[in-house]
Design a protein around this ligand. Sequence first.
Ligand SMILES: Cc1cc2nc3c(=O)[nH]c(=O)nc-3n(C[C@H](O)[C@H](O)[C@H](O)COP(=O)(O)OP(=O)(O)OC[C@H]3O[C@@H](n4cnc5c(N)ncnc54)[C@H](O)[C@@H]3O)c2cc1C
Length: 432
Amino acid sequence: MAGLHLGLYLQQHGVPSTIYGDKTARQLAEGRMLNTVAHHNTTVRREQALGVDHWDLQEYGYFCHHHYIGSPGPGVPPLRFPGEFGAPSRGIDYRVYLPRLLDDYTGRGGDFRVGNVGPGDLATVAADHELIVVATGKSGQPGKPGKQGQSGQSGLAGMFPPRPDKMPYERPMRRLCGGLYHGIAYSEPKGVTMSIAPGHGELLEIPMFSADGFVTALLFENIPGGDTEVLADARYDEDPKAFDDLVLTTLRTCHPTVFERADPATFGLTGPRDLVQGAITPTVREDWIRIDGNGSEDGARYAIAIGDAHTLVDPVIGQGANAASYEAWELGTQITEDPVFDERFCRKAAARRANRVEATVDWTNLMIGLPPAPHLLELLGAMSASRPVADEFTDNFNYPERQWDILATPERTRRFLSRHTSAAMERDKDVI
Ligand SMILES: Cc1cc2nc3c(=O)[nH]c(=O)nc-3n(C[C@H](O)[C@H](O)[C@H](O)COP(=O)(O)OP(=O)(O)OC[C@H]3O[C@@H](n4cnc5c(N)ncnc54)[C@H](O)[C@@H]3O)c2cc1C
């Protein structure tokens, strides 16, 4: 998606581009599901600007988060509260979304070449272009647990050195089971449910439009060793009914606010291809590399990584694709503003995206930390008691750098909460 957003941006600004991709639009449409992506409104606004806003927000969008935090122990009640966006988000199955955007790109005259580009091909490709952008994603299914590097970044992305200073985890913190389901009524107002089962993991329930129409994505983020981890290994193809029963039982025991909208008679995975299981080791790579080492600046070519090839995060707060789109947009802007593709260009490109993208990485890594950081729990507790706090947290899914301003340290969280308390007292003064 990063490659397409960049290609569409450049096309719109009259800059020639070529996209090399290993799948045709048809192969993208007919393949296995690789993710369950929701785009926040900042990404939707980029889609509008690119002329690819094909799915009306009132019909296909959603408007809030519904939170459920299960009881962490005896005597502590569960929490249930909403948080509202300033403007809607939207979930479209990438097997519908990507082929449509690829058609847009080629339909507007874009040069799309089908084929696998490996590290060995780079010099040849570079000879034909002034700048190379690597947007190869995590390449395939999320890796199987316990096997490092299996998030698939050994190819082109693997040419960009990792950044240990931004990689606090050596292994996945969650084991994933994401699927599309029939038989769950949408929440009211239509929203994403973020349900936390303390000690076991999270569930994201996302209203999604797929080739099957309006369905529900359930993404279980399972803590290794927790009760729900079994979902990451359950084999749908071996016994579809047993799989569906297991998911329904997990909803009942761990995520009751989703279970209460499930209809056992019609509940089930929409099809065998509509399931993704695996795990992601969060990875950050250097922004750029020099790919032609012949020594002369004239012959030098540079490659810049965007999207998952640059920063690969756990999907627990649905930020990877939104960051990928943002990186594409920022890079496109710089290409149009300063098309001199030298080392200075690369340094500027890295700097202009760093604040938001690094905040995305840091915030996501905080959310999957074990045990959860006390100041994160403090914020979640405050959200349950204050609608403005919950709304601000929710809308900040559009602005990860603002969220990180709140969560980077316990002191920042305290300052944020005391600002809200003062604002509430000011408001109350006026109520007689
Ligand atoms: C279960 C799950 C749920 C998610 N939910 C969300 C969410 O709600 N919100 C969110 O923002 N993000 C979410 N993400 C993350 C999101 O899917 C990624 O961040 C996003 O797709 C990255 O975009 P990209 O352009 O970097 O890579 P991709 O979209 O993966 O595109 C890379 C493309 O490059 C092609 N390719 C790879 N290697 C080569 C090669 N050598 N030669 C040619 N072509 C190649 C691939 O086939 C693919 O088409 C989720 C991820 C998962 C796994």
